[in-house]
Ligand binder design. Structure first.
Ligand SMILES: NC(=O)C1=CN([C@@H]2O[C@H](COP(=O)(O)OP(=O)(O)OC[C@H]3O[C@@H](n4cnc5c(N)ncnc54)[C@H](OP(=O)(O)O)[C@@H]3O)[C@@H](O)[C@H]2O)C=CC1
Ligand SMILES: CC(C)(CO)C(=O)C(=O)O
Length: 301
């Protein structure tokens, strides 16, 4: 096991919320002997049943020196603003969500010694009552986003490896985020609009649209300086469709349960960046509008 340099302080981990990914991380960290606190809207104990074991999590004790923030893209900024008064001056924050657009808003909020990280994961987790299911055994990519994060890399890497590993660390998260964005920009809105499983998108009728959506994502990535090979990304999207064929995407589930979706941080982000660069992305624009309509339709329709 890699030695932790003595310059890196011990961290005591807090996880924001009691969502599926957060509790998966909390259970796995507890099994690896980390004491875990939860940052909750209501400071009450949370019980979880995972792999035949009972877990009881208690509210975090402040000040907080290490926080994993696995919340929906639209909730990240508010969550961080709520945490700020309770963070140590050298706290490490790890954000983990689908979609883009949060990093540049968070960095200016932090003090010089507070580290920011992004962790993107292909693990799948589902909560049903107190039961937590690990629905997809995946892996994660972790990147420090500022200098203060780079100074604590061993301790954060080790904890995230236990939480949502295996973890690979990269200095540049952008290509990984764009690859995940391409997957989410195709699978999430199409499964939500057609109310189908991920596997249904393997049907021939979806293939031209899948290719066109990926092409648009690659164009915008390229405008942002991230080179993606469209054929490779199209293959990757088809691979994820096959690997998660039985799953229902988070956006399909959000629409079915009448919850807010992450569409604005996925296809909405692509449309927003496209406007910035003067590029047209009609296929992403169309899916964005359709999902927004589904999200806003009155109950029962
Ligand atoms: N579930 C999965 O399999 C995967 C999810 N992801 C991504 O990871 C992210 C998290 O997903 P998931 O765990 O499913 O999401 P959930 O919505 O299930 O969990 C988020 C939790 O955070 C809580 N929360 C949000 N803001 C705050 C706050 N300010 N203070 C306290 N609690 C807060 C929410 O509470 P409340 O409900 O009250 O808002 C909720 O309990 C999403 O971006 C998702 O797309 C990525 C890969 C797989
Ligand atoms: C990869 C995919 C599409 C798996 O369902 C996902 O990330 C999601 O549902 O949000």
């Amino acid at each position: 096991m890699a030695q932790i340099p003595s310059s890196q302080s011990a961290l005591s981990w807090t996880i924001v919320g009691k969502g599926a990914i957060g509790l998966l991380a909390a259970c796995r960290l507890t099994l690896a002997n980390y004491p875990i606190g939860l940052w909750l809207r209501q400071p009450l104990a949370v019980y979880s049943q995972f792999k035949g074991q009972q877990f009881r999590f208690t509210p975090a004790v402040t000040p907080l020196n290490a926080v994993l923030i696995p919340v929906k893209s639209y909730a990240v900024i508010d969550a961080i603003k709520g945490l700020l008064p309770f963070l140590t001056s050298n706290a490490q924050l790890v954000i983990s969500h689908n979609g883009m657009g949060t990093i540049s808003q968070i960095l200016p909020l932090l003090q010089p010694d507070q580290g920011l990280w992004f962790l993107t994961t292909t693990h799948g987790a589902l909560k049903q009552g107190v039961n937590l299911f690990h629905t997809g055994n995946g892996q994660s990519v972790l990147a420090p986003l500022n200098t203060a994060a780079k100074q604590q890399s061993s301790v954060v890497h080790r904890a995230m490896d236990d939480a949502l590993g295996p973890v690979i660390t990269t200095e540049n998260i952008e290509p990984f985020l764009w690859q995940k964005l391409a997957v989410n920009a195709v699978i999430n809105p199409l499964t939500a609009i057609h109310n189908c499983s991920n596997g249904a998108l393997a049907e021939a009728r979806f293939q031209p649209l899948l290719d066109a959506l990926v092409l648009e994502v690659c164009q915008i990535a390229s405008a942002e300086g991230v080179v993606l090979e469209p054929t490779q990304i199209q293959q990757n999207v088809r691979q994820v469709i096959r690997n998660t064929a039985e799953n229902y995407s988070s956006m399909q589930q959000d629409i079915v349960h009448q919850r807010r979706t992450e569409i604005n941080a996925i296809n909405g982000f692509i449309v927003q960046q496209a406007r910035h660069y003067g590029i047209t992305v009609p296929h992403n624009e169309n899916l964005l509008q359709q999902v927004l309509e589904l999200e806003n339709r009155p109950y029962g329709r």
